[in-house]
Design a binder for this molecule. Structure first.
Ligand code: PEP
Ligand code: MN
Length: 332
């Protein structure tokens, strides 16, 4: 249950409510928000006089629920916004990993050339094998920061574990929590204490309910800026790397108040399918796309098979604009 208490409710009472109802407290300018387990369906009598408004839910999708906030949350990232009534589809482009200054500079220049707002690249890579390239770590973060300064781009990179979560929050404009890290409650809670936009990728064996509950960890910490990212789930099919769950995207659009980004690159696993999936997702009206692109994919140190080269990316972006236009969205 979500309960809004009068803004003059004293701290001692709020503490007592928090303790008795197992509730998270979030302070807003005009009221106090208490979020209890969804099993609570009625405000206890002794607190009813302090209540401004209350909301009951059938499960623990609460702060993220469209029943709580019928309008999608608006998230400001640098000088662009997604969600709310913006109808913006934000393109996030860039290589899987930062590999060198030369490589990430070429990527930043491409985003700038195409008027794309956000540069991605991993520095701390959550690889499936310890023998694969693990990322440049802090040096990669420094290079991304430099790209932001030189090209005026927003930067997104992923947190792999708790050893660098503070540095990533401090340096980036959007923090990415990857498909493997999305169960890490230390990362989720730390991100909940910040105000940075947090993009959570769906784990490949994660139900929609579990996915949204990961977002609830961040929201209940007081951070309103959560973005969901569908990046493919594991099914019986092995011809493609994963299966892009566009039904899931439709569900999240209908039942949550969180902006949704689609990542066709990790879902497909092969560059040949990425442009078609990107166009399909754009036609659905989504808040963004995350697409891997590398100056020379044949030498990429991670995810080489799925990264577009610069020409293919240019062509793809050209085809997305009229699709977005047709449904009243804008590519940013
Ligand atoms: C990535 O974005 O490069 C990545 C590792 O993604 P995911 O967590 O979806 O596998
Ligand atoms: Mn990747």
């Amino acid at each position: 249950m979500i309960i809004h208490f009068d803004k003059d409710t004293d701290q001692k009472t709020l503490d007592k409510i928090g303790w008795e109802l197992d509730a998270f407290h979030i302070k807003k300018p005009d009221y106090h928000v208490m979020v209890t387990p969804s099993a609570l369906q009625e405000v206890p009598k002794e607190y009813q006089s302090l209540v401004v408004e209350s909301f009951v839910f059938p499960n623990d999708m609460q702060l993220s629920s469209a029943e709580y906030l019928p309008e999608k949350r608006r998230i400001d990232i640098g000088d662009i916004s997604i969600g709310g009534n913006t109808r913006n589809t934000m393109i996030i482009g860039g290589p899987c990993s930062v590999e060198s200054e030369e490589q990430i500079t070429a990527s930043a220049k491409l985003m700038k050339e195409l008027g794309i707002s956000t540069l991605r690249a991993g520095c701390y890579k959550p690889r499936t094998s310890p023998y694969s390239f693990q990322g440049l770590g802090d040096e990669g973060l420094r290079l991304l920061d430099k790209m932001r300064g030189e090209y005026g781009l927003n930067i997104i990179t992923e947190v792999r574990d708790s050893t660098h979560v503070d540095e990533v929050i401090e340096t980036t404009d959007i923090v990415q929590i990857g498909a493997k890290a999305m169960y890490d409650q230390g990362i989720l809670r730390t991100c909940g204490r910040s105000n940075k936009p947090i993009l959570i990728k769906r784990g490949f064996g994660t139900t929609l309910q579990e996915f949204v509950q990961a977002a609830e960890f961040v929201l209940s910490g007081g951070n309103d800026n959560v973005i969901l990212c569908e990046r493919g789930i594991r099914t019986f099919e092995t011809k493609t790397r994963f299966t892009l769950d566009l039904c899931g995207v439709a569900y999240l659009k209908e039942y949550t108040n969180l902006p949704i980004i689609v990542d066709p690159s990790h879902a497909m696993g092969y560059r040949y399918g990425v442009p078609d999936l990107a166009r399909a997702a754009t036609a659905m009206g989504v808040d963004g796309l995350l697409i891997e692109v590398h100056p020379d994919p044949s030498v990429a140190k991670s995810d080489a098979s799925q990264q577009l080269d610069h020409d293919a990316f240019r062509q793809l972006i050209g085809t997305l604009r009229p699709i977005a236009d047709a449904i009243g969205y804008h590519i940013v």
